[in-house]
Design a protein around this ligand. Structure first.
Ligand SMILES: *Cc1c(COP(=O)(O)O)cnc(C)c1O
Length: 421
């Protein structure tokens, strides 16, 4: 099936007389006839639902749809994008391990890694977007266990050279994890370029209506966990009667361990209600992404031609330094988020924000409604100037998430806001 059809159809196949739409199974628990069956479930000897903290029919259908969209062997929904990023790392890295990470990543992910996971004993080396192949290579250490990048970074909109990162990660015997939130699998599928694990904040385009917080971890099934660096996959897990994940679950070892170990112990599960809402978003994802991208390109071109604008950053613009990579990886467009600087610096940028009318000031991005944000005073305010610079965030940067409204209305609002400054 084409990916557009998968958005509508994948993940759920109702049996005779069952509900046509993925049902909301609002039950934490499931009933079994015998103690023996339940025992087998606990030993991972049999498939079945028993407690929603691990999974449930609604969650598993929606996860299966996202796995199909990315082309993976399995997926696990999480309560948020943050918990998806956390588990993508903690499933394979422990105290004493090291991760090579792109510095151009979401501020929340940067804090998760640089503060919270460091406090748990993990170490990170951040590589800037303009790093050469040699510089990235030099960031690897004996104890490196993963590489983490964002395909299109939030908010700086750097396009990661995923094929190159995958090559370098594999040369060092470690997997490449890609946060693919901004392009979504409709516009970019990292597994086709060698990535091993994909994470998303489903709170963004996948939901698309800003109604349900969520995340997902997707496993390509392609990484070889038996190369000696991942004993948690190749030695018996005593908390499951000695199961060896790579032997028992083969290509699905990573995602099975994420569910049965990480989700069991940490428990950041998505609610069935949110998964239901997420699925509604997924059904129209391909339609919305097309409009987000065409609107964003038109808005970016309008801004580029306006003399009150200092600079415009959108990978779909020919003037953009990532235009080539964007054409290579995302020929149909990247996402609806653009950024730009208003002439006159921080103060004029704030005036512009206050002049907007239809376009609202919100922290969110990537839903149907156009919205704008000034990261240096909000999402990234905890970062010092050097860290801001490393993340590609200028003090006068305005991030605008272009929605799916009629594009002339979006441009008219921007124009009147600019005219007033
Ligand atoms: C929002 C976002 C996250 C975090 O997701 P939440 O659902 O807000 O926890 C992670 N990565 C990217 C690229 C994001 O935009």
């Amino acid at each position: 099936m084409h990916i557009n059809t998968k958005c509508v159809q994948a993940g759920y196949e109702p049996k005779n007389g069952e509900s046509r739409v993925i049902p909301i199974i609002q039950s934490t628990t499931f009933k079994y006839d015998s103690a023996e069956t339940l025992g087998k479930l606990f030993d991972l000897e049999e498939d079945g639902f028993f407690y929603t903290r691990l999974t449930n029919p609604t969650l598993s259908a929606v996860a299966a749809k996202i796995a199909a969209l990315e082309g993976g062997v399995g997926a696990m929904l999480t309560a948020s994008g943050q918990s998806a990023s956390m588990i993508s790392i903690t499933n394979i890295c422990h105290a004493g391990d090291h991760v090579v990470c792109a510095s151009a990543i979401y501020g929340g992910t940067f804090n998760l890694f640089n503060k919270s996971l460091r406090e748990l004993g993990m170490d990170f080396t951040f590589v800037t977007p303009d790093s050469t192949e040699d510089e990235i290579n030099a960031a690897f250490q004996e104890n490196t266990r993963a590489v983490f990048v964002e395909s299109v970074s939030n908010p700086s909109l750097d396009v990661a050279d995923v094929e190159l990162y995958a090559k370098l990660a594999h040369a060092h015997g470690v997997p490449l994890i890609v946060d693919n939130t901004f392009p979504t699998p409709v516009n970019f599928r990292p597994f086709e370029w060698g990535a091993d694990i994909v994470v998303h904040s489903t709170s963004k385009y996948m939901d698309g209506h800003a109604v349900a917080l969520g995340g997902v971890v997707v496993d390509s099934g392609n990484f070889d966990w038996t190369n000696g660096k991942y004993p948690a996959f190749t030695e018996p897990d005593e908390s499951y009667h000695g199961v060896i994940y790579t032997e028992k679950f083969g290509k699905a070892a990573y995602i099975t361990k994420a569910v049965t170990h990480m989700m069991r112990d940490y428990g950041p599960q998505q609610s069935p209600q949110n998964a239901f809402l997420l699925n509604l978003g997924l059904e129209t994802l391909f339609l919305r992404m097309e409009r987000h991208c065409s609107n964003a390109l038109k808005v970016a071109k309008f801004l580029e031609s306006n003399d009150k604008i200092d600079w415009v950053n959108y990978p779909g613009l020919e003037s953009n330094k990532y235009y080539g990579l964007c054409q290579k990886y995302m020929p149909n467009g990247s996402c609806g988020v653009i950024s730009f600087g208003v002439k006159g610096g921080r103060e004029k940028a704030m005036q512009f924000m206050n002049n907007l009318d239809m376009i609202k000031l919100v922290i969110h991005v990537a839903d149907a409604r156009t919205c704008a944000l000034h990261p240096a005073s909000t999402t990234h305010r905890q970062l010092n100037d050097q860290q801001l610079e490393d993340c590609g965030v200028k003090p006068n940067l305005i991030r605008m998430s272009v929605g799916i409204e009629y594009v002339d209305d979006i441009i008219a609002d921007i124009k009147q806001a600019l005219d007033k400054i």
